[in-house]
Design a protein around this ligand. Structure first.
Ligand SMILES: Cc1cc2nc3c(=O)[nH]c(=O)nc-3n(C[C@H](O)[C@H](O)[C@H](O)COP(=O)(O)OP(=O)(O)OC[C@H]3O[C@@H](n4cnc5c(N)ncnc54)[C@H](O)[C@@H]3O)c2cc1C
Length: 549
C-alpha cells in the first residue's frame, strides 16, 4: 500500500473514532496492560513519551504508555509555551536544530490549527547603527536557516509603529525595531491532544501508573513492574521493547550505568496582569543584568514572562519560583517598559520548570545543546533525553526508527506523523497568520474560546454553572473532562485540563471546593478522600505563588 493510501485509511479511521481518554478507558486499559504483550512500552507521559506513542501506534505497532502522575505533569506543563525556531540557538551555531524547529513550527500550525499559532515578536534595538546591523544580520540568518517553508520572514517596523512603540518604551536610545514570527501554544493541551490521537490509533495508555523496575527472565528484560497509584496494586506489563522518556526523572529509573546523565536546569516564569500593558504582540527583551533574552508573551489574557536559567538540585517534582527569580524578571520588564512599573503585587501566579538538559563537560547551562540524545542500552531497552517541545515529532520518529529494526518485523514502516492532524475538524479554527494572530484565542482573555470540545459540550448541557474562578470555566467542563480526559485529581482539572492554577489570581483555590464536590460525586469519594484531595490541591496551588523561603 502506498504511503498516501495508508495515511488516507488512517485518517478515515481517525475521524470515525472518538478521541477520548475516559476513566472507563483507564479501567479497561489497566486490564489490557496486565494481560497483553506489547511491541513497545513507553515510560513517561510528557510530550516526548506521548509523541513516541503516537508515532509508533501510527506505524502499526502495539503500544503501551505509562505515566507516573498525570499526562504533561512534568516539564511539559512548565515550558515557555513557544513553538519556536530558537533565535538564540543561532548564537551557538546550532543551524540544523534551528532549521528543523522552524520547519516543525510551520507544520504544527497546520496539524494543530488554533492550538499552535503564529505570533509576532517585536525586538527593539538600542544603541548604535552597528547594533541594528548585528540584530538584522541575526534575523536574516534566522530567516535563511529557517528556510522558505518556515512561514514568515522578519520585517522592520514602520516609522508610525516605531513612534507608538517608543511611547511605551520611553527609551531615547531606541534605534529601530524588528518584527519576526514564532508560534505559541498551550503545552499541556498539545501533549494531551497527542495522547488522545495515540489512543485513537490503538495505544493503551494510563496516567497514575508508575514504572517501578524491569521484569526479567534471567538477565533478559521482559517488561516492567508498575504500580497503580490509585489502588496501590503492582502488576507486570509484558513488552518486547521498552523506551524511557522520563525527562528529569531519567536518573531515577534504575537504568544501566551507561544511560543518559541529566543536568536539570530551572526556568522560572511569572504571569502578570495585562491591565496596563497587554502587548498584542510578544516582546523579546534583554535582561539588564546578564544580557539573556527574556520573552513577554500574551497568553490567555495575561503577560507570560520568562525565563530564568539556573542549575537545580532539589526534588524534580517541586521546582519553585523564588523571590530572586521574580525580581530578575520584574527588573527586565520594567527596564523595557518603565511606565508599566510592575511590582510583586501584580504577579498573578508563577511557574517553574526543569529543562532535561544532557550533561556536557565544560559548557554553561545556557550554552548546553537542546538536542536530544537516544541511547540503546540493551537489545530491547532504549532511553531518550533532552529535546524541545517544538521538535517532539521528529524526535519521536527518530526514537521509533531506532527501535524498529530490533522488532524483527519483515516490513519497516516510515513515520507518517507529518500527515496526521492533531485536532479533529470540529476543533478547527481559521488559520492565523502574523497579521491576524493578535486575535488568536491563546492571546485573548478567555480560555473558554479555546477549550473546544468541552465548550461545545457545555453549550449543549444544562449544568452550565460557572466555576468560581476568573477563567470562564463551567461545571459541565468538569463532567466533560471526567468523561473524556482521564481526570483523576482536582489538580488534573484545575492545573492541566484547564490552566486555572496559573490564570486565576487565587490559583483556583476557591473553585477547588466546587470541583471537589463535582468530582467526588462522580468518583464516589468519601468525605475523607474529598478533603485529602482538597488539601493536596491547596499545597500544589501554593507552589504557584512566589516562594519566599
Ligand atoms: C522553563 C522551560 C521553558 C521551556 N520552553 C520551551 C519552549 O518554549 N519551547 C520548546 O520547544 N521547549 C521548551 N522547553 C523544553 C520542553 O518543555 C521540554 O523539552 C519537554 O517538555 C520535555 O518533555 P519530556 O516528555 O521529555 O519530559 P516531561 O514532560 O518531564 O515528561 C517526563 C514524564 O515522565 C514521567 N515519569 C517520571 N518517572 C516515571 C516513572 N517512574 N514511571 C512513569 N512515568 C514517569 C514524569 O511524571 C513526566 O510526566 C522548556 C523547558 C523549560 C524547563
Amino acid at each position: 500500500m502506498s504511503n498516501k493510501s495508508t495515511v488516507d485509511n488512517l485518517m478515515a479511521e481517525l475521524s470515525d473514532r472518538q478521541q477520548t481518554l475516559s476513566l472507563g478507558d483507564r479501567a479497561f486499559n489497566l486490564d489490557k496492560l496486565a494481560s497483553d504483550t506489547f511491541d513497545l512500552l513507553v515510560v513517561g507521559g510528557g510530550i516526548t513519551g506521548c509523541g513516541i506513542a503516537l508515532d509508533a501506534s501510527s506505524r502499526g505497532l502495539k503500544v503501551a504508555l505509562i505515566e507516573a502522575y498525570d499526562f504533561a505533569s512534568g516539564t511539559s506543563s512548565r515550558s515557555s509555551k513557544l513553538i519556536h525556531g530558537g533565535l538564540r540557538y543561532l548564537q551557538q551555531f546550532e543551524f540544523g536544530m534551528v532549521r528543523e524547529a522552524a520547519f516543525e513550527r510551520h507544520l504544527l500550525t497546520k496539524l494543530a490549527p488554533g492550538l499552535v499559532s503564529f505570533l509576532p515578536f517585536v525586538l527593539p534595538v538600542y544603541g548604535t547603527i552597528k547594533d541594528s546591523f548585528k540584530y538584522r544580520a541575526g534575523l536574516l540568518a534566522y530567516d535563511l536557516v529557517s528556510g522558505r517553508k518556515s512561514g514568515h520572514r522578519h520585517r522592520t517596523l514602520s516609522k508610525t509603529e516605531l513612534f507608538e512603540l517608543s511611547k511605551l518604551i520611553e527609551n531615547k536610545s531606541l534605534k529601530t525595531a524588528y518584527e519576526y514570527a514564532d508560534a505559541i501554544t498551550d503545552d499541556v493541551r498539545l501533549t494531551i491532544q497527542i495522547a488522545k490521537v495515540a489512543a485513537s490509533l490503538g495505544c493503551t495508555l494510563s496516567n497514575y501508573l508508575q514504572f517501578i523496575s524491569f521484569s526479567k527472565n534471567g538477565s533478559d528484560i521482559t517488561g516492567a513492574i508498575v504500580l497503580d497509584r490509585q489502588t496501590e496494586k503492582e502488576f507486570t506489563i509484558k513488552a518486547r521493547q521498552i523506551v524511557t522518556a522520563g525527562g528529569v526523572w531519567t536518573d531515577k529509573l534504575g537504568l544501566p550505568q551507561q544511560s543518559l546523565s541529566i543536568a536539570p536546569s530551572k526556568g522560572s516564569h511569572i504571569l502578570l496582569k495585562a491591565d496596563r500593558m497587554l502587548p498584542p504582540k510578544a516582546f523579546t527583551m534583554t535582561s539588564p543584568s546578564d544580557r539573556r533574552l527574556v520573552f513577554a508573551v500574551p497568553w490567555y489574557g495575561t503577560v507570560f514572562l520568562g525565563t530564568t536559567e539556573t542549575p537545580y538540585k532539589g526534588d524534580p517534582s517541586q521546582p519553585l519560583v523564588t523571590k530572586e527569580d521574580a525580581k530578575y524578571l520584574l527588573e527586565t520588564i520594567n527596564h523595557q517598559f518603565p511606565s508599566a512599573n510592575y511590582g510583586e503585587k501584580d504577579i498573578i501566579s508563577s511557574q517553574a520548570g526543569l529543562r532535561p538538559l544532557l550533561k556536557q563537560k565544560g559548557k554553561s547551562l545556557s550554552k548546553t545543546s537542546r538536542k536530544e540524545q537516544i541511547l540503546r542500552l540493551s537489545h530491547n531497552l532504549s532511553c531518550v533525553g533532552g529535546g524541545k517541545l517544538t521538535t517532539y515529532r521528529p524526535i519521536s520518529a527518530r526514537v521509533v526508527d531506532s527501535i524498529f529494526p530490533h522488532l524483527g518485523m519483515p516490513k519497516w514502516a516510515a513515520s507518517i506523523t507529518s500527515n496526521i492532524p492533531l485536532l479533529s475538524r470540529i476543533a478547527e479554527q481559521p488559520a492565523h497568520n502574523i497579521e491576524t494572530s493578535v486575535i488568536h484565542p491563546l492571546t485573548k482573555a478567555s480560555p473558554r474560546t479555546y477549550f473546544y470540545q468541552s465548550v461545545k459540550h457545555s453549550e449543549t448541557t444544562e449544568d452550565n454553572n460557572p466555576l468560581q474562578c476568573a477563567c470562564f470555566h463551567t461545571e459541565s467542563q468538569v463532567h466533560y473532562c471526567l468523561k473524556n480526559e482521564m481526570v483523576i485529581t482536582i489538580e488534573d482539572f484545575l492545573a492541566r485540563r484547564t490552566r486555572t492554577i496559573l490564570l486565576d489570581p487565587q490559583n483556583g483555590t476557591v473553585a477547588a471546593e466546587q470541583v471537589s464536590n463535582l468530582m467526588g460525586q462522580t468518583l464516589a469519594w468519601t468525605e475523607e478522600q474529598r478533603l485529602a484531595q482538597l488539601d493536596s490541591y491547596m499545597r500544589f496551588a501554593k507552589q504557584h505563588q512566589i516562594n519566599t523561603n
